[in-house]
Design a protein around this ligand. Structure first.
Ligand code: SAH
Length: 368
């Protein structure tokens, strides 16, 4: 049992079961032992770590998101000062690749932008500082701390790392799913009836026994993004894995060294994620005033942004081994059998601006 596991066992023995949301929050963000926030635990991103993400698979991913931001800046009327914000920047790879592409093709945008990073992990902040040494980023603990003004926000695999509540349908009511102690071990249990369950409209028809997930932090951040974008001007591109519509299902998953592990076995030592409910994010951001487009499958957006031509142009300049890496990297990002379909992209933009790059198909959007 991990240090955090022992602490949770003690806490539950003393004061009773905790919600799945509190459990996940502690695993990820406990200041001493959380996977991301802890000062000793390291969130291990990359081939040699626990999990790999799109920017770590291919430089083309961050480059295309950088070009998306540059094109969006022009659509917004090319404001002379704008914040380029990333939520959960990991090792800083996406932002480094984006800035390189922006510098090469959109120097006016490069001059106008200042980099702001929202990050809770002290260790990952160090990695970001090293990766972005020339860019002079400013760090924040939360989005609220990013100063006012026009902004373009990028977030890859950030929302899946926010704690979810799980509610279980029992006897026509919603009950909190909890974590408790049985025989000295952490186990899942079913708690009290929730008086005013904040379920999505699509959850209303859930069958007896169904588990639904609600991400209060994700909803709150989407709403804050929507408010800021509507008030100050700007846009956001959210990339993550999850569902386009709110649907029942237990998607809580713990991953260590690229394998799924028991979520209750060693709290704080494995990455813990849940699928993102894109409909819920889109509804929260729209209710707050932004216009939402998508979600589009990641493969569709990257293809529209020119990933095939970009990969070919890069591949023409390098040797065999690197060429194979570039080509297989792009395949992993866009192939429906890999990340192309499970991963989705949701765009938010200020009212009256029109569709963001890649989301122009009139048959598709805006979402509502
Ligand atoms: N975007 C990166 C990393 C994804 S991992 C990539 O694609 O490789 C999730 C990232 O979000 C990490 O940087 C993690 O430290 C950060 N993070 C997790 N929870 C957070 C929170 N509540 N607030 C701010 N950052 C958070």
């Amino acid at each position: 049992m991990s240090a955090l596991g022992a602490a949770l066992l003690g806490r539950i023995a003393e004061s009773g079961p905790i919600s799945v949301e509190d459990f996940m929050g502690a695993c990820l963000a406990d200041p001493a032992h959380g996977y991301y926030a802890g000062t000793r635990a390291a969130a291990r991103i990359g081939g040699a770590g626990d999990f790999i993400t799109a920017p770590e698979i291919s430089q083309v991913f961050g480059e295309l998101l950088g070009l998306w931001a540059a094109e969006t800046w022009r659509l917004l009327g090319a404001p002379p000062a704008i914040r380029l914000v990333e939520l959960g920047p990991g090792r800083g790879t996406l932002m480094a690749d984006a800035l390189r592409a922006i510098g090469a093709v959109a120097p006016a945008f490069r001059t106008a932008l200042r980099v702001h990073l929202v990050e809770i992990s002290p260790l990952l902040r160090e990695a970001q500082r090293a990766a972005l040494s020339g860019a002079e980023p400013t760090w924040h603990d939360t989005l609220d701390q990013v100063p006012r003004g026009p902004l373009i926000v990028l977030a890859n695999e950030f929302f899946d790392a926010l704690p979810v509540r799980q509610l279980v349908r029992r006897g026509g009511a919603w009950r909190e799913r909890t974590v408790t102690v049985d025989d000295g071990r952490l186990v899942f249990a079913i708690g009290a009836v929730v008086a005013d369950p904040p379920v999505e409209p699509a959850h209303a028809s859930a069958a007896e026994g169904a588990i639904v997930e609600i991400c209060p932090a994700g909803r709150a951040i989407a709403a804050a993004l929507g408010r800021r974008i509507a008030r100050d001007g700007g846009a956001a591109l959210i990339v993550d894995y999850g569902t386009a519509e709110s649907a029942p299902g237990d998607s809580l998953q713990a991953v260590s060294r690229h394998s799924t592990v028991d979520a209750l076995a060693a709290p704080g030592e494995a990455d813990l994620t849940a699928h993102v409910d894109f409909a819920a994010l889109s509804r929260a951001a729209s209710a707050a005033g932004a216009v939402a487009y998508g979600p589009l499958p990641q493969g569709t957006l990257l293809t529209r942004l020119g990933i095939v031509a970009r990969t070919a142009a890069l591949a023409a300049r390098v040797r065999d081994m690197q060429r194979r890496l570039l080509t297989t990297g792009t395949q992993r990002l866009i192939d429906p059998a890999h990340m192309g379909t499970l991963f989705k992209t949701l765009a938010l933009i200020a009212p009256g601006v029109g569709a963001p790059p890649g989301f122009e198909d009139p048959a598709e959007g805006p979402s509502r």
